[in-house]
Design a protein around this ligand. Structure first.
Ligand code: G3H
Length: 215
């Protein structure tokens, strides 16, 4: 299972979380990555943790003030990027362009989507992975794998019908090892989570709890 921790714009210490994630990944053998704010990619990457951007723009080098250039994210240490997160939705053409940008910069890609139909559309654009997240469950602590398991199995089926190579993650409300196991049982190959780690009093303990059933 792939555990991708999105720090969003939460007021956590990204280096502390990243250091804990690197240690937990090393100790457990579970793939754990952290997606900090763009300005913190370099500091997070220095911890040795697998580092992802939260977004890259559908632009090349040029006059694009305020954009997140894929090459700059990669130069700072990112090895992958989320796209089309529920909190940063993109037009279809911009998802496609951002995938091209990520490809140029050699970044792995995960395109987020709300439901199985959108997952099918996202998978057709040939990212490395897709992540299904019902927006109404994001940040609630109620795991999608329990509250809406059909969304996860539907996303796995929708992706497989369109593109057999794409990994399917699920997210929203995931915070425990039990949630991780449920997601795996539903066919997901990873989880995308945020508040369960970024807002935890002890992010290291939260990460240890997450991977514990996989040990
Ligand atoms: O990117 C992460 C997702 O939006 C899930 O957020 P959450 O774990 O706080 O529900």
């Amino acid at each position: 299972m792939f555990v991708l921790v999105n720090l969003k714009a939460y007021p956590c210490d990204p280096v502390e979380v990243a250091t804990a994630a690197a240690d937990v990944s090393d100790d457990s053998g579970v793939r754990v990555a952290v997606a900090p704010q763009a300005a913190q990619i370099g500091a997070v990457a220095e911890t040795g943790v697998e580092t992802w951007a939260q977004h890259v723009s559908a632009v090349e080098h040029g006059s694009h003030t305020g954009s997140t250039l894929a090459e700059a994210a990669a130069d700072a240490g990112a090895v992958g990027t989320l796209l089309n997160h529920s909190e940063n939705r993109l037009k279809l053409a911009d998802i496609d362009g951002a995938l091209d940008a990520a490809d140029r910069a050699d970044l792995e890609t995960i395109v987020c989507a709300n439901n199985p139909a959108q997952i099918g559309a996202a998978a057709a654009l040939d990212p490395d992975g897709v992540a299904v997240e019902p927006p109404e469950l994001i940040g609630t602590g109620t795991p999608v794998s329990k509250a809406d398991p059909d969304i996860v199995t539907g996303a796995v089926d929708a992706a497989a019908r369109v593109n057999g190579d794409v990994d399917v993650l699920c997210g929203a409300g995931i915070s425990t090892g039990e949630d991780l196991v449920s997601a795996s049982d539903l066919g997901a190959s990873g989880v995308l989570l945020a508040s369960g780690v970024a807002k935890a009093d002890d992010p290291r303990a939260a990460l240890e709890d997450l991977v514990e059933p996989l040990l």
